[in-house]
Design a protein around this ligand. Sequence first.
Ligand code: HEC
Ligand code: HEC
Length: 158
Amino acid sequence: MMKQKTNVTAFLVLALSLFLGVATADEIATLRHGTPIDSESDPAAIPQVFDGDIKTKRNYPMQPPLIPHDTRDYDVNLQANKCMSCHARRRTEESQAPMISVTHYMDREGNFLAEISPRRYFCNQCHVNQTMTREVLENDFQDMDELIEERAAKSKDD
Ligand code: HEC
Ligand code: HEC
């Protein structure tokens, strides 16, 4: 008997939250910032891209490094790969750009190729620019080293 009562309550709570969910759907769609569906708002300004030419720290060893320069108008397509005109092994002396790492010359079986592997051809799949904007969401990412330090400090207290 008791069990049935909880089931009914659970159902009512679910039904109510579904109803509320529909009723407040407009407020949840934050990307439109409440602009009615039949009108258009002014587009946000295009943010400036970080172009400081200095390396940013990687957050973990396997992170594809962020791009510290502007890449506007750098084509990467079937005919050309602008990135490779500076980052290829043969070009680095002239460009002083860091060479793409050796992993970029490996095929999926781990064989080294003379040219960039097709798996690494589309640079922007993994490497991104940074824009000078406010974070949309607060980021509470913690570096591994910070976590280790925290734990060490804690175990000292114990
Ligand atoms: C005109 C030459 C040139 C071109 C084209 C170019 N880069 Fe670079 N890149 C550099 C140089 C030089 C650096 C070293 C830092 C700096 O001076 O900005 C660099 C740094 C980088 C880094 C940082 C590496 C690290 O260890 O932190 C990445 C990632 C990168 N470039 C990716 C790209 C991608 C992706 C493209 C194409 C969309 C591209 N680059 C096109 C010259 C170039
Ligand atoms: C599938 C993901 C992926 C693609 C595609 C990719 N990269 Fe990377 N890249 C990485 C990762 C991960 C690292 C860091 C680990 C490593 O070196 O393999 C890296 C490292 C680098 C570095 C730093 C090398 C060093 O020794 O410091 C440069 C420069 C770079 N990539 C440029 C490029 C360029 C230019 C392209 C396109 C031609 C490209 N990458 C395509 C994932 C990728």
